[in-house]
Write a protein that binds this ligand. Structure first.
Ligand SMILES: Cc1cc2nc3c(=O)[nH]c(=O)nc-3n(C[C@H](O)[C@H](O)[C@H](O)COP(=O)(O)OP(=O)(O)OC[C@H]3O[C@@H](n4cnc5c(N)ncnc54)[C@H](O)[C@@H]3O)c2cc1C
Length: 390
């Protein structure tokens, strides 16, 4: 095998690419594996711009099982990923997720809750009085209750990504600072990638882990996937009156969400229909002052007085078909694997997705069957949707 020939090439070294690289190398240290990533600072990668929340509160069985596995991985991550070059401290804070439910969503929420409980998740139904007794600053008028997942929480996304990347590197993966300009195909199979530097790398297995850029990358191979970048904005403010203790990631029925951050600050956001569907990172504080703040202050009047500190914009890689991951080999292009379209929940899916892809590529029976997310459903126009909880 010459220098430019690889067993496997991964396009994109975000959390999905790095978890996949780690899982592959961990199973077979003899692999020649290349990860192409143009920006080692990850200034635009969704992984580092994420809120890094992890929750079992989904309504699709497989998404719940993915998160259960993630939560197991996170509890041992720092130790498992430690190398003499870097020991991650992902700071997994299990402060809980609270979904507030109005009458319109009662049936969906209760169905999801029973499935979560059936699968062994620690999620509870709280009537309005319980919510009020725990978080007295919340107004509960118009709510019929809420579901609280006490194992849900968040991590430091930088440490999470760097943990996987460093470990994959130490196990023998090669990280190449370059950009894939074209996936090369030949007679229905992938045969390599062309890079912006002018180099060509050969491989019979190419994995698309390009996040919000995945649709662009796939098109260079003649593959059309319904994945598009959508800009999302996050804001951080300092409330005049600090809440007593941490607030869980709290979701209002409107989709507005917020939680406490270190130092008593609060992070807040809301996905909106009119969010630009393109690669764009501008940040507009009017979104906060005109939309989010009034809505928040209505729900928690104590946040009437605050100081907006900062914020940022990042990209969701939205799967237009059903908002869920697309995982597996593209049916009409041998060797072209996809791990795309995670929409707003890809960071927490990285451990299970990396393990699953490594199993598919190496021909090992998957520990968790995620075939429901196979790309075939794109060609068949067969959505696999969450029941509208988020
Ligand atoms: C504001 C915000 C909040 C979020 N909150 C959460 C959350 O709370 N929980 C959660 O689970 N998820 C969350 N997400 C989603 C999550 O961040 C993503 O689903 C996840 O990070 C996707 O990882 P990735 O590796 O696919 O993509 P990325 O991290 O974007 O990595 C893709 C990489 O591909 C590289 N790339 C692009 N084009 C090419 C090319 N041509 N050649 C080579 N490399 C290329 C890019 O440089 C990039 O580094 C959030 C996202 C945003 C924006």
């Amino acid at each position: 095998m010459n220098n430019s020939t690889y067993d496997i090439i991964i396009i994109g070294g975000g959390i999905i690419g790095c978890s996949t690289a780690y899982n592959l190398m961990n199973r077979d240290r003899g692999l020649k594996l290349g990860v192409i990533e143009p920006d080692p600072s990850y200034s635009r990668a969704s992984s580092t711009l994420s809120l890094a929340n992890v929750r079992v509160q989904f309504s699709l069985k497989e998404n719940i099982q993915i998160s259960q596995y993630t939560q197991q991985v996170l509890t041992v991550f720092d130790k498992e990923m430690a190398t003499d070059r870097y020991t991650p401290h992902i700071s997994f804070r299990r402060e809980g997720n609270l979904f507030l439910i109005d009458a319109k969503r009662e049936k969906i929420a209760k169905q999801a809750l029973s499935l979560q409980q059936e699968l062994g998740c620690s999620v509870h139904w709280w009537p309005p009085e319980e919510i009020k007794s725990r978080y007295s600053i919340y107004r509960t008028e118009g709510l019929i209750g809420g579901t609280f997942g006490d194992t849900d929480g968040h991590v430091d996304p930088h440490a999470f990504l760097r943990g996987y990347r460093t470990k994959a590197d130490v196990l023998g993966a090669t990280f190449i600072e370059d950009e894939v300009t074209r996936v090369i195909t030949q007679a229905g199979c992938v045969s390599g990638v062309q890079l912006a530097s002018g180099k060509t790398l050969k491989s019979k297995v190419v994995v698309n882990c390009a996040g919000a850029w995945a649709g662009i990358v796939a098109r260079t191979a003649g593959v059309d996937i319904p994945v598009e970048p959508v800009k999302r904005q996050v804001f951080v403010f300092d409330p005049a009156v600090k809440p007593k203790g941490p607030l869980p990631l709290t979701f209002l029925p409107s989709g507005l969400y917020f939680r406490t951050e270190t130092g008593g600050t609060i992070v807040i956001g809301k996905s909106m229909e009119k969010d630009p569907k393109r690669i764009e990172f501008s940040w507009d504080e009017k979104r906060f002052t005109e939309v989010l703040w009034p809505e928040l202050a209505e729900f928690a009047p104590t946040f009437d007085t605050l100081k907006l500190l900062r914020g940022w914009a990042g990209l969701y890689a939205v799967n237009r078909l059903d908002g869920n991951a697309i995982l597996g080999e593209w049916p009409t292009l041998k060797g072209f694997f996809l791990a795309n379209g995670f929409s707003g929940h890809g960071l927490q899916q990285a451990p299970a997705v990396g393990r699953y892809l490594s199993e598919l590529i190496l021909g090992i029976e998957p520990a968790l069957d995620l075939s429901v997310f196979h790309p075939e459903r794109i060609l068949d126009n067969r959505p696999v949707s969450e029941a509208g909880l988020v």
